[in-house]
Design a protein around this ligand. Structure first.
Ligand code: ADP
Ligand code: MG
Length: 697
């Protein structure tokens, strides 16, 4: 039996380890610099580094690394041994404060979007002391931010930390007005639910498309998909159970609060949800979770697919970003309270989110935009590409009655003026019923459901934190100068519901009628990544990030370019992989099968009187027509992919892939999938959808 409390956090240099191992005054000094956000004195850093090294060496570590999150979306590490030469050719284990706080990886190959001229290829990693160091595979990992020589963010962590700072500052202003004296910080919290697929490694290895791109580029649908809905919450298979057990244990050792696990809707699909944590820690933990899922699956002879749409025709994988705001005194600001004052405060924070989601719907959409997620959003299993917000009928009717004062009796009408009215407790299950909303209020938090499974949650939270910080800052500006606080509050809430209420939609987000309705409301419907990303450069968005010190204009332009470029690169790989598989595997295999049919026809006719060759004849005819078409499409795709690649402008290139290359890929796939349906199984060159989806027995 695993002793969970004993192993939990055992590989993390956390509060307990620090208190145990750091001299009291150093620990105090460290806490002080943390709270005040100042940089650490090198003498203090030296003591911490030494204690960290002793702790890590005792746990078997031999190396250290600055662990960071470049714009590639994964995490990066470069290991250095914790050794220093001593006398007589011996070594001692050493780790200095300088090595702890700052690193200089040769960073020339990380995407910078032009922020770092190649002649100044240096990038710096800087310790993020708010996220604990940990040991992974014998290596002491120091969570760091990654930036250029000039201090521009080259990673996903730096702006996230800045956005947390922004919402902290603005929320504190508002809370002060509500009379909170002992609140000294406000943090956003995140619990990311992670979906993934598991397939058998041997079966996976036979699929070049999965190997190169993480998704199937070909594949006829199997006789059984997810229509029986027998996988959701079904019994977990022994092999998967063993994987989950090891995953949980490894995550617990790293202090990740892995909590819920279950089978998802599609065959071979599963989900893991942790208990929520402070946003930057939850983000680090989600990256670690994805990394460990892949590593541990291999140990169990399986492969974990984190792609948003590994298989056409069955559900893809998303990531639900559960998000809330709490004070250091333990108040969840998105939880309706028990007193009128608490309720007024709740309504104001709710309005801050409504306003943010409406006015910055483009930014939220961007945070879920990727080549992989384009296959999900708007399809019938995931939220539409339109951002809207679900708040539940109870809350909706309360907001409506605040606007028009339509309470039942005159006494209540008076009460509805904010500050007096007592909100009913919003039961979690009533507010959680709508599964189709991209952004749903679930009782004491919002669940942002558009994110793709493979993406870091940082971007979504950068957008959310900053947009909500902006609403709060505008509210604070007004309220700080108000003569009558309650009247001003009432005015703000009414105005937000009137001006931004269009974002609220409590109906079925999968319904086609919603798309028409959303258009009438003037909501954006940004269907693809190249449609969404240009909003990075919208003036209002640049101003927003500048105002709150989260991203400079140059950093935003860089992010736009990196993401557009990333999209194009993925499509280039997918197009080339398709051509390769069609030309080298599918066409030769089908040609061999057609030959077999033709030979059979001859043989049958020679040997059998009045031989019936209708099957062989019909299939051979169809297949030969389809191979002809596939050959043409593959050639055309090659020409188009070359043309796309040669397009210089990043925007034009991405759009060319979207408008021209993708439709050609779809044509090639359609004929190949038809051939698969007609070709004898032993001729088809790789495992079918059925083989993949039911590969883990
Ligand atoms: P469901 O599948 O119904 O969405 P889950 O239990 O799978 O629910 O996931 C809910 C997620 O929300 C968990 O990760 C949980 O930790 C997280 N969560 C709960 N409260 C908060 C909060 N205050 N802030 C952020 N996340 C939260
Ligand atoms: Mg959920």
């Amino acid at each position: 039996m695993t002793n969970v409390p004993e192993i939990f956090g055992s590989m993390v240099f956390n509060e307990t380890a620090m208190r145990e191992r750091l001299p009291k005054e150093i620990y105090k000094e460290f806490q002080k610099t943390l709270n005040e956000g100042k940089s650490l004195d090198i003498s203090v850093a030296n003591v911490i580094a030494n204690a960290m090294k002793d702790w890590a060496v005792e746990k078997g570590a031999t190396h250290f690394t600055h662990w960071f999150q470049p714009m590639t979306g994964s995490t990066s590490e470069k290991h250095d041994a914790l050794i220093s030469p001593a006398n007589n050719g011996t070594v001692i284990m050493e780790f200095s404060g300088k090595e702890l706080v700052r690193g200089e990886p040769d960073a020339s190959s990380f995407p910078s979007g032009g922020l770092r001229a190649t002649c100044e290829a240096r990038g710096y990693t800087v310790w993020d002391p708010t996220s604990y160091a940990f040991i992974k595979d014998g290596c002491l990992c120091i969570p760091t931010a990654f930036c250029s020589y000039g201090g521009e963010a080259l990673d996903k962590k730096t702006p996230l930390l800045r956005s947390m700072e922004a919402i902290n500052n603005q929320a504190l202003r508002v809370l002060k007005l509500f009379g909170h004296k002992n609140v000294s910080s406000v943090k956003t919290t995140v619990g990311p639910e992670q979906e993934y697929f598991l397939v058998d490694k041997e079966v996976f290895d036979k699929r070049k498309d999965l190997i190169y791109t993480g998704r199937t580029l070909f594949g006829a649908l199997p006789p059984k998909g997810q229509e029986m809905e027998d996988h959701y919450f079904g019994t977990i298979k022994t092999r998967v159970q063993a994987f989950m057990k090891e995953l949980n244990e490894e995550l617990w050792k790293l202090g990740v609060l892995a909590k819920t696990e279950h089978n998802e809707v599609a065959p071979a699909q599963h989900e893991l949800a942790p208990i929520f944590a402070t946003t930057n820690i939850a983000t680090d933990h989600n990256q670690l979770t994805m990394e460990l899922m892949q590593k541990i699956a291999k140990k169990h002879n399986m492969v974990c697919l984190l792609h948003e749409k590994p298989f056409a025709g069955v559900n893809g994988s998303g990531k639900h970003n559960n998000w809330s705001i709490s004070t250091d005194t333990g108040i969840n600001l998105l939880e309706p309270g028990d007193t009128p004052k608490e309720n007024a405060q709740f309504l104001l924070f709710l309005c801050a989110v409504i306003k943010a989601v409406d006015e910055y719907q483009d930014l939220l959409r961007i945070s879920a935009a990727s080549a992989g997620n384009d296959h999900r959003l708007g399809a019938n299993e995931a939220p539409p590409a339109i951002v809207s917000m679900f708040i539940g009928e109870e809350l909706d009717s309360i907001l409506k009655s605040i606007v028009d004062g339509t309470a039942l009796d005159p006494k209540e009408k008076e009460q509805l003026k904010v500050g007096v009215h007592v909100l009913p407790k919003i039961p979690k299950d009533t507010s959680d019923r709508n599964r189709t909303s991209p952004f749903a209020f679930t009782g004491n938090k919002f669940e942002f459901r558009m994110l793709g499974s493979s993406e870091s949650v940082s971007c979504a939270n950068i957008m959310l934190n900053t947009a909500v910080a902006e609403s709060l800052s505008l509210f604070a500006d007004e309220l700080e100068n108000a003569k009558d606080f309650k009247a001003e509050l009432d005015k703000i809430i009414k105005r937000v519901i009137k001006e931004n209420g269009r974002i609220i939609f409590n109906g079925n987000g999968y319904d086609d009628k919603w798309i028409i309705e959303a258009e009438k409301r003037g909501l954006l419907n940004l269907k693809t990544t190249p449609d969404a990303l240009p909003y990075y450069l919208a003036e209002k968005n640049i101003n927003l990030f500048l105002k709150h010190g989260v991203l400079s204009e140059a950093e935003m332009k860089a992010r736009y370019e990196i993401n557009m470029e990333h999209y194009s690169k993925i499509l280039n790989i997918e197009a080339l992989a398709m051509i390769n598989i069609a030309d080298k595997e599918i066409l030769p295999a089908v040609s061999r099968f057609t030959k077999e049919l033709a030979q059979t026809i001859c043989a049958k006719k020679a040997a059998v009187d009045k031989a019936d060759c209708s099957y062989e004849q019909a299939v051979a005819e169809k297949l030969s027509a389809l191979t002809g078409a596939a050959y043409v499409y593959s050639g055309e795709l090659k020409t188009l992919a070359e043309k796309a690649k040669a397009t210089n402008d990043v925007t034009a290139r991405a759009n060319y892939y979207k408008d021209v290359v993708i439709p050609k890929m779809a044509e090639l796939r359609a004929v190949c999938d038809k051939m698969e349906e007609m070709t004898a199984k032993d001729y088809w060159p790789f495992p079918s959808y059925g083989d993949l989806l039911y590969s883990v027995k």
